[in-house]
Design a protein around this ligand. Structure first.
Ligand SMILES: NC(=O)C1=CN([C@@H]2O[C@H](COP(=O)(O)OP(=O)(O)OC[C@H]3O[C@@H](n4cnc5c(N)ncnc54)[C@H](O)[C@@H]3O)[C@@H](O)[C@H]2O)C=CC1
Ligand SMILES: CC(=O)C(=O)O
Length: 353
């Protein structure tokens, strides 16, 4: 049975401020609507494991005045909203709304899409393509209509292809359509290196670029700690850091997602933090550099007429992607990025968008 979740649903005055508990100052200027600043609204489409980890992290980081949640399952959706609302006494004030109708997202500054099928153990991200493209055909045009000025942040997998799909279906400029990409893979890479070097992962500069998935590329040539190139010193001190060892570490980064999925059924906490950090950089105009999925045509020899989204380090701010770093890659690294881009581009062409 649906129970009321607010006093107004129980028939009480909708506006507590008019209850007589507070009165405007004598000249009447302190009404509840006076000097209202523009509020920041974030919408999360899909309130499964990933969507809720993102919503929860955004709440604790105080990134939005309003969060709108959308899912196809009404009971689960309402349950998730209420559960978060009940933490109100411990969190910054954030209005939470939810609906199965994406009209609830109207006027969003940032729309994060996590809806869709996820991998079962052993499945690759690319296996999800057809199911999730069908969902995106329903979701993206509607959210774009409700929030024509929003930034779109895509998380559902395969994230690079779905970012392309969202770009096409929304009609938004590429600077406002971003895939969470290898921001997460790069954190996994930094974690492994930080453990080995016994330093804080935040002090390890290291990027995974290319596809968020099996063909992601570890940019060893750019790994540094305290401004010192890590690869050179590792190779000088341990002869075991040969090509095979480096590929083994890259593979460990890729496999870490599969391991978590085989152990708990899905990944959620790390992607929650990853996406919240992207939301902060975007909405707070931080101009931080994140490896995210961006329109990469023309970079690293990817053909200008191959519109494909893959991860490269990008400068993010309130307008979205403010620029893509012209990162120095070795010839081998650039070749791998081009190969990934070609495979993803071929997949995108088959969609006929
Ligand atoms: N890019 C990345 O780094 C990561 C991406 N993912 C991807 O995120 C996606 C979600 O994963 P989980 O949350 O674990 O899955 P989940 O199954 O827990 O949640 C998916 C949610 O989407 C909802 N949904 C389905 N159709 C919908 C529609 N038309 N409108 C609104 N909601 C709808 C479902 O009801 C469900 O609640 C998957 O595609 C997964 O592969 C997961 C982790 C990391
Ligand atoms: C599932 C997924 O894409 C990840 O955790 O990397």
């Amino acid at each position: 049975m649906k129970k009321a979740s607010s006093l107004s649903e129980l028939g009480f005055d909708a506006d507590g401020a008019s209850s007589g508990f507070f009165r405007p100052v004598a000249d009447g200027t302190s009404t509840p609507t006076a000097h209202r600043r523009r509020l920041t609204k974030i919408s999360v489409i899909g309130t499964g494991n990933v969507g809720m980890a993102i919503a929860q992290t955004i709440l604790t980081r105080d990134l939005a005045d309003e969060i709108a949640l959308v899912d196809a399952l009404p009971d689960k959706l309402r349950g998730e909203m209420l559960d978060l609302q009940h933490a109100a006494a411990f969190l910054p004030r954030t209005r939470l709304v939810s609906d199965t109708d994406s009209a609830v997202t109207k006027g969003s500054d940032l729309v994060i899409i996590t809806a869709g099928a996820r991998q079962i153990p052993g499945e690759t991200r690319l296996n999800l393509l057809q199911r999730n493209v069908s969902l995106f055909r329903k979701i993206v045009p509607a959210v774009a209509e409700h929030s024509p000025e929003a930034l779109l942040l895509i998380v559902s997998n395969p994230v690079d292809i779905l970012t392309y799909v969202a770009w096409k279906l929304s009609g938004f400029p590429a600077s406002r359509v971003i895939g969470s990409g290898t921001n997460l893979d790069s954190s996994r890479f930094r974690f492994l290196l930080a453990e080995h070097l016994d330093v804080n992962a935040q002090d390890v500069q290291a990027y995974m670029v290319g596809e968020h998935g099996d063909s992601s590329v570890a940019v060893w040539s750019s790994v540094s700690v305290a401004g010192m190139p890590v690869l050179k010193s590792l190779q000088q001190s341990h002869s075991s850091f040969d090509e095979a060892a480096l590929e083994g570490i890259r593979r460990a980064v890729v496999d870490s997602a599969y391991e978590v999925i085989s152990l708990k059924g899905y990944t959620s906490w790390a992607i929650g933090y990853s996406v919240a950090s992207l939301a902060a950089s975007l909405l707070r105009d931080q101009r931080r550099i994140h490896p995210v999925s961006v329109l990469a045509a023309g970079f690293h020899g990817i053909a200008d007429d191959h519109p494909v989204f893959i991860s490269l380090p990008a400068r993010l701010g309130r307008a979205g992607v403010l620029g893509v770093a012209e990162m120095e890659l070795t010839e081998e690294e650039a070749n791998k990025v081009r190969r990934s881009a070609k495979t993803l581009w071929q997949n995108c062409q088959l969609l006929g968008l």
